[in-house]
Design a protein around this ligand. Structure first.
Ligand code: DC
Length: 227
């Protein structure tokens, strides 16, 4: 265990990873890194240039031009433009799995993710954090939930953010992304051998947060601050 701790939280789309990861990071005073937001911002850049996200060559051609910045307050900038909101919209959600399946784009973003975790304690959420990005993470959680639970959570999230959505579309999107994310050739979605699986379907956010903090305490001996 180095001077910095790394906590990996992986799992399928809309399993509530980011909400929980943010809370855990805040309680431990670690930095939360939303790797999905990076794939989303890249997708936004591809669409903004009028390129087809299904076209691997065209999408990869802009790698040198895309600069993504994540801020502690959750803002995401792409080439200086605030894309925090547009990256959650259905156009990006519906195309991000194509972009995330391209090896060259993954390698570029994974370099950034590893650099961020090298100099501070982090809670990082994604699909391949425990298996590929941070194989030596101190704690690896694989968070799952039923499709219905995940779709309901994503639907509620969109409604709260004022993003127009139908339940049918959310279910379709969640299923489609699960399929593409777990079937891609390079760094697909799957649990790391040394991960702890957590089914969050029957749990509320605070119960999931407490379960993860318990696992972190057990694995690392870290004292968990009162919260
Ligand atoms: O977690 P999210 O829904 O914001 O992720 C958006 C997409 O990015 C998701 O469909 C899969 C992809 N992704 C990935 O392939 N690897 C990661 N580490 C994070 C996200």
């Amino acid at each position: 265990m180095g001077p910095f701790y790394s906590i990996a939280i992986d799992g399928p789309a809309a399993a509530g990873k980011s909400t929980v990861a943010k809370r855990v990071a805040a309680i431990l005073n670690f930095t939360y890194i939303d790797t999905g937001a990076m794939y989303r911002a890249f997708t936004w850049a591809v669409l903004q240039r009028g390129l087809d996200p299904k076209d691997e060559k065209a999408s990869c051609s802009i790698i040198p031009e895309v600069k993504i910045e994540l801020f502690e307050d959750g803002r995401v900038l792409c080439n200086g433009e605030d894309v925090t909101r547009p990256i959650r919209e259905p156009l990006v959600s519906g195309n991000v799995s194509y972009i995330a399946s391209y090896k060259d784009i993954r390698l570029a973003l994974v370099d950034m993710q590893r650099a961020m975790a090298a100099s501070k304690s982090v809670v990082m959420d994604g699909r391949d954090i425990g298996t590929y990005v941070l194989p030596n993470a101190d704690v690896k959680i694989y968070q799952i939930a039923s499709v219905e639970t995940r779709a309901q959570r994503r639907y509620d999230e969109n409604v709260a953010k004022g993003i127009p959505t139908s339940m049918e579309d959310v279910i379709e999107d969640v299923k489609k992304r699960d399929y593409i994310d777990s079937h891609r050739a390079f760094a697909p979605l799957r649990p790391a051998e040394d991960s702890v699986e957590l089914d969050t379907s029957p749990l509320g956010i605070e119960e999931v947060v407490d379960a993860i903090l318990d696992i972190i305490h057990d694995k690392t001996g870290l004292e968990i601050p009162c919260h």
